[in-house]
Design a protein around this ligand. Structure first.
Ligand SMILES: Nc1ncnc2c1ncn2[C@@H]1O[C@H](COP(=O)(O)OP(=O)(O)OP(=O)(O)O)[C@@H](O)[C@H]1O
Length: 347
């Protein structure tokens, strides 16, 4: 739940654009034998038309569960226990399974982490991409082939007419991920979700795929949610950034604000642990790469108060007792930290 710090001297600014996607107070819990894992526990974020939202945080912070929830693809024992996911004004959590099926791949599409497993090995590229077009848009085989060739060309695949007849194992990892991106864009979706789209690739290929995504985003004015643990990736790709920790949002702002004026101690710690280009981490003058001391809490039994308190250099007694609510501190900039003026609740 988002609250606003009232300020009589706040300048009057233009109303922000209506968001394409607005996630409000989302709660997704896993009901396991040992108890309840609060994987996503009151998360808010939004994506404006034509922009990339980067969701960033350490492993286990709830990024994937949040993005899979948009597609309603988080499997049991997870259950959505609260919140709203408003997409083009409609609550996705209120849709029937059939309505979601019609929407997935058509209005919201996904680029998966591992292209080796996300493509079906027994169908040619043309057959598996064409099937999506025939199902969603009722295109004929010839029309579907033409559209697939158009998309393969768009993602930089040479000789697309030949690729159409090839099988996934005949393509390199980078090429497969290009096909994965083409597949996501086939039906011209309003929103693309990309969960760690480059982590499974060789380092040299990662840069090429990020460049392709950035280029497509700019050319097609694509709206995208990019999930990553890598601040370097969001620095390059995201217009806005939501920082998650232990199932909650610490801070959300435009990318320049996150990098130049971060407010939450966790955002600051993430930035400090980014490798710097002017710093040597090898050789005789090497500095150790800073890391954030400690570990994220177990979400089966999260500590009371701020989830970050036992790793936070600023934590006080009240941080150990009160859970900070996400609070707007400037237009488009929200933070959940008692030290930055957030209201706290006993939890
Ligand atoms: N099937 C499951 N059963 C129980 N808990 C789960 C299950 N899947 C995920 N979780 C828990 O949900 C929390 C959020 O997981 P999620 O995958 O969203 O994190 P993440 O930020 O995407 O991390 P990563 O970068 O490692 O994928 C984690 O604490 C994880 O342990």
């Amino acid at each position: 739940m988002l609250s606003t710090l009232a300020s009589a001297s706040s300048p009057v600014t233009a109303a922000p654009p209506a968001p394409l996607l607005e996630v409000r107070d989302l709660r997704v819990h896993f009901f396991v034998r040992e108890g309840v894992v609060r994987a996503v526990d009151g998360v808010d974020f939004r994506v404006n038309p034509g922009e990339t939202l980067g969701i960033v945080g350490e492993s286990g912070s709830g990024k994937t569960v949040s993005s899979m929830s948009i597609m309603r693809l988080v499997p049991p024992p997870a259950r959505n226990v609260g919140g709203q996911i408003l997409f083009e004004g409609e609550d996705l959590l209120a849709k029937t399974p059939d309505e979601m099926e019609a929407l997935r791949g058509r209005r919201i599409a996904m680029i998966f982490q591992n292209p080796a497993t996300s493509l079906n090995p027994i169908y040619s590229i043309g057959a598996q991409l064409g099937e999506i077009l025939r199902w969603h848009l009722k295109l004929s085989r010839a029309e579907a082939d033409a559209r697939v060739v158009e998309l393969l060309t768009l993602v930089g695949i040479s000789d697309p007419a030949t690729r159409l007849r090839q099988f996934p194992h005949e393509l390199s990892g980078g090429m497969k991920q290009r096909v994965g991106i083409a597949r996501a864009l086939l039906c011209n979706p309003s929103l693309v979700l990309a969960d760690e789209p480059t982590t499974a690739l060789d380092v040299t290929i990662q840069a090429q795929i990020l460049e392709l995504l950035a280029d497509l985003q700019a050319r097609l004015k694509m709206s995208m949610v990019l999930v990553t643990h890598d601040m370097g990736v969001v620095a390059r790709m995201a217009h806005r950034i939501t920082v998650m920790y232990a199932g909650r949002v610490c801070e959300s702002a435009d990318a320049a604000t996150i990098f130049n004026a971060p407010q939450h101690p966790y955002t600051r710690a993430l930035l400090e642990s980014m490798p710097r280009i002017d710093q040597s981490y090898t050789g005789t003058k090497r500095q150790p790469l800073p890391t954030i001391a400690g570990r994220p809490p177990n979400l089966l039994n999260p500590p009371p108060g701020c989830r970050f308190h036992d790793r936070c250099p600023e934590a006080s007694a009240e941080c150990r007792r009160l859970l900070p609510l996400e609070t707007t501190i400037a237009p488009g900039h929200s933070v959940s930290c008692l030290k930055r003026g957030s209201e706290g609740i006993a939890a």
